[in-house]
Ligand binder design. Structure first.
Ligand SMILES: Cc1ncc(COP(=O)(O)O)c(C=O)c1O
Length: 498
């Protein structure tokens, strides 16, 4: 081994002077580099497309046998990496449910990564396990989940939706055929099992169904109403039709904040319709869950406490750095359906002694202490502070929709945004779809703004997801003016998108 004790000391956290200095130097260099980048007056993206980034990537991959000084490495990071990242904190970055991270949470990230706790077993996490449990109980209370509720942190909405449907599937097989899927795999009747969700539900419902061995065929799409919420009459009809065809509906996913429109399915009504047939109700509140912190808008989540399980994403409207999400379960006994014990990690006898191993409730093993980010954010900002940010962005979205409506070239698809997503399009009788695609691409390639593009009823639309409370109406006016200019220029040039 070439390394001496002192060089190893400079690589890992330790009590020596060298260890402390090298940790501090690394943090300072990285923070200074970031601050220098953020001082630049620039748009949210460099505009460079993948084909032209190859040289920058190559410049980053110059490994020296025994490394290099931090200054030269960070010089490359400064020159070749940071300018080509998408700047999510820029007020004109408005595309996805991808938030600017809160500074308190970034500070927590340093602690989380430095202590590198693993949440699977108590002997790898100590008090961190208890902190995570407390945060989850706080969340359960916020959602008025009863005394037997529990949850787990997840990597995000995809994993939480997967867990909801996994438990729904296994509970159904257990109750219907006394069939233990964990041990025996899927029963022969599984091909008849069906999940209902609105046609605006997130694609991970289908993805989960396919990964759970039920196939995409298991997902039955329910129509939406004029507000893009699940149409309750269609839900009733689809349920009846499934039963008539000898199929087995076992779960409904109610989306509380659809990805495109932020629309919220009426969970209470969904419950009233589906519960009498014993269906598992999963609320996908990845986007809308944060409304629970808003005095003004909490009522939009009416009935969510009736759901058997729910998805909450902190890396959306709770402004946490990726990744950070939670899965909540109304009756914690259902976690038993995915319970496994490994002698080296979480032996059964520990449970009898009351030793907490959070792996028992998770589909992951090694897992980050993301709960600390949320704890620090709540301590520094306060619940009402969070509520104010959410209220502001929802009210702002209404102002933005009104502003777009006044523009003769643009049409708003959801004039009364449910949360803070506004979908709209540049209007043109002949080539609107092409022009909206061109607008989206041009904004990105010029680095002017990062907005989203989606398809509504077969037509290409643009979308602002207004999570960033620092975005002002002036920013929006500037982006709209660019959009109209690009649209008109393309009509005049008569160019067609290839
Ligand atoms: C409604 C909804 N559910 C689930 C997800 C998936 O979440 P994640 O990307 O955190 O896995 C998203 C992502 O945007 C979403 O909008």
């Amino acid at each position: 081994m070439q390394s001496t004790k002192s060089s190893v000391d400079s690589l890992f956290i330790n009590q020596s002077q060298l260890g402390r200095e090298s940790f501090q130097a690394a943090l300072h260099t990285s923070i200074d580099t970031l601050l220098a980048e953020w001082q630049k007056d620039k748009g949210p993206y460099s505009g460079i497309l993948p084909g032209k980034l190859a040289a920058s990537v190559e410049s980053l991959f110059q490994f020296q046998p025994f490394g290099e000084p931090i200054e030269s490495v960070f010089q490359d990071i400064k020159e070749h990496l940071l300018p080509h990242l998408v700047d999510v904190s820029n007020p004109k970055c408005l595309a996805h449910l991808h938030c600017p991270p809160l500074i308190p949470a970034l500070a927590a990230e340093v602690l989380v990564s430095s202590f590198n706790q693993s949440m699977d077993s108590f002997d790898q996490s100590g008090i961190a396990s208890l902190v995570e449990e407390e945060i989850l109980q706080w969340l359960c209370k916020k959602f008025s989940y009863g005394d037997v509720a529990d949850g787990t942190f997840t990597s995000g909405g995809t994993q939480s939706n997967y867990m909801g449907l996994l438990l729904a599937r296994d509970a159904f097989c257990q109750n219907t055929w006394q069939w233990n899927v964990q041990q025996k795999g899927l029963p022969s009747e599984a091909h008849r099992m069906r999940i209902l969700c609105s046609k605006n539900a997130h694609f991970t419902v289908k993805k989960s169904a396919s990964q759970l061995g039920l196939g995409e065929q298991a997902v039955v799409l329910v129509e939406t109403d004029e507000h893009h919420r699940m149409d309750l009459n269609d839900l009733k009809q689809k349920l009846t039709a499934l039963k008539e065809h000898d199929l087995l509906p076992f779960a409904v996913v109610a989306t509380c904040g659809t990805t495109d429109f932020g629309s919220i399915d009426p969970v209470r009504d969904v419950y009233d319709i589906a519960k009498p047939d014993g269906l598992w109700i999963h609320a996908d509140a990845a986007y809308g869950g944060a409304l629970v912190l808003s005095e003004i808008y909490r009522g939009k989540l009416d009935g969510i406490e009736l759901a058997d399980s729910m998805t909450i994403d902190f890396h959306k409207q709770f402004y946490q750095p990726i990744s950070c999400g939670a899965f909540l379960l109304k009756d914690k006994r259902h976690f038993g359906l995915i319970d496994y014990h490994a002698d080296y990690l979480n032996p059964k006898e520990d449970e009898l002694e009351g030793i907490l191993h959070l792996v028992n409730k998770s589909v992951q093993t090694t897992r980050r202490f993301d709960a600390l980010k949320l704890l620090l954010s709540l301590r520094l900002i306060g619940e009402e502070g969070f509520g104010d940010i959410i209220d502001h962005t929802i009210q702002f979205a209404q102002d933005v929709a009104a502003l777009i409506e006044q523009n003769d070239h643009l049409e708003v698809i959801n004039p009364e945004p449910e949360i803070n997503a506004v979908v709209f399009r540049f209007m043109d009788e002949k080539r609107a779809d092409d022009i909206n695609k061109i607008i989206h691409r041009t904004l990105f390639q010029t680095g002017t703004a990062v907005v989203a593009k989606t398809v509504v009823n077969g037509h290409t639309c643009l979308k602002f997801t207004l999570l960033n409370p620092r975005t002002t109406i002036t920013h929006i006016e500037e982006i709209l003016s660019d959009i109209v200019d690009i649209g008109i220029a393309h009509i005049q040039s008569g160019r067609v998108l290839r």
